[in-house]
Design a protein around this ligand. Sequence first.
Ligand code: S3P
Length: 426
Amino acid sequence: MTYTIQGSIRFPGDKSIAHRALMIGAIAAGETTIDHLPDGGDIQTTIDVLAALGVNFEQTGTHMTVHGQGGFHWQTPTAPLALNNSGTTTRLLLGLLACPPSTILLTGDQSLSARPMERIAGPLRQMGTQIATTEGHLPIQIHPVANLHGAHIHLTVASAQVKSGILFAGLQADSETTVTGPVHTRDHTERLLAKAGANVVRQGLTVRIQPQTTPLQPLTIDLASDFSTAAFWIVLATLLPDSQLQLPSLSLNPTRTTLLDILARMGGDFQVVDFPRTDVAEPMGTLQVRQQSLQSTIVDATESARAIDELPLLALAATQAEGETVIQHIGELRVKESNRIAATETILQAAGAHIRQNGENWLITGPTPLNIPQHWPLIMPDHRMAMLQIATGLVAGAPVPTTVPNVVAVSYPELTYDLQKLVQFR
Ligand code: S3P
C-alpha cells in the first residue's frame, strides 16, 4: 500500500511552552489565561502538582485560567508530588521549589525514576537548595532553607530543562544568577519570563537573571501548535509521494525548528505561507510541506541538541535519503523516557533500514525500501518511540492503525483521529 499525506491541521498547543506558561502563571500576580492548552498526560501532571501546591485553575476545554499567587507562596502538599512520566515538570519544578516552605517529597513512574536528576540538583545545591536525590534519581526530598544565593552555573549537558529550573531558582536568589551551556537550547522560559517582567537576558551561550523583587505580571497566551508533534507529520509528508500538508499556527521558534533546517538542507520543501506572527513571546506561522526526495547530510552536535526530540524521526527520514547521513552527538537520547538510541535502532532495523552507531554518532545509509514484520508489537512504552514505530509502518505501507498505544497520550492523545484525517490511499 502507498499513502499520501493531504490536508491542513492545527495541532494542540506546544507542550514545552505550556509547562512554562502554567508555572509562570502560578507565580505571577493575577490571572494568566492560556488558549489551546494541550491535554496530554505530562501537562496534566504539571497542573496536578501545582494544584497540590495551592495554585487554583479553571479550565474549560482547552482554555485555562491560572490564578497566580504573586510569588513563591507554596502550600505544603498533603502527599508526595507525583511527577508520573514528566521530566520537564520535574526539572522545572525543582527550580520553582528551590526554597520550599517545608520538606517536599517528589516521586515518578518507573521510566522517570531511571532518569538523571543530579544535573539539576547539583546546580540548585550551588545556589543553597537542600536537595537529596536517591542515588541521582527520584524520589527526591527538598528541604526548607533561609535563602538562596545567585551563582554562576556552567552546564556540561545541553539541557533546556536544567537551564529553566536554574532560572526559576534565580528569581528567588539574593543576587544575579548566570547559566552557561554548550548550546543555545530552546528559549521558551526566557521569552515568557521576560514578557512577565523578569530581568532576564541572553548573551551568547549565557543567560543572566536578576532576583525578582516585585511580582511577575500575568500573561495572555494563545499557544502555537506543538512543533515536536508536527515533526511526525513533517517527516511523513516529506517522504510519502505527492504529499501536501499545511500546518497553521505552528510554533516557529528558531530554537525548536532545527529539524526543518536539516531536512531543507537534505532537499525538503518547506514554506511559511502566511506572514509569521508572534503571540506574546513566541513566533508562529503556517508551514506548508510537500514531498521531496532527500540527500544525505551531516548533523552536528548543536543541531542534535536542538532537535533532540525529533532525532528518531530524522533517522527515519535518513533511511529514505540518498547516501550516508551522519547524526553526531546522540548520547542524550540514551536518557530520555527510554533509551531512544537502542529503541530507534530496533524499530528501524526491524523494518530493514541500515542504521548503526559509531561512537556517539548514528550512521544511516539509504534509500532503503522498508518492510515491517506482520506482527509488530509495541517495541518501547515511550510516546515518541511509539510514534516512530507508527511512522515507520506508514512509510513501509503497513495498514493505518485504528488505535494507537496508550503511551502516545503523554504528548498526542489526538493521534488516532489525525491519522484517519490526514493519511490517504494513493
Ligand atoms: C524540554 C527539553 C528537552 C526535551 C524535552 C522537553 C523542555 O529535554 O527533550 O522533551 O521542555 O525543556 P532536555 O532539557 O533534557 O534536553
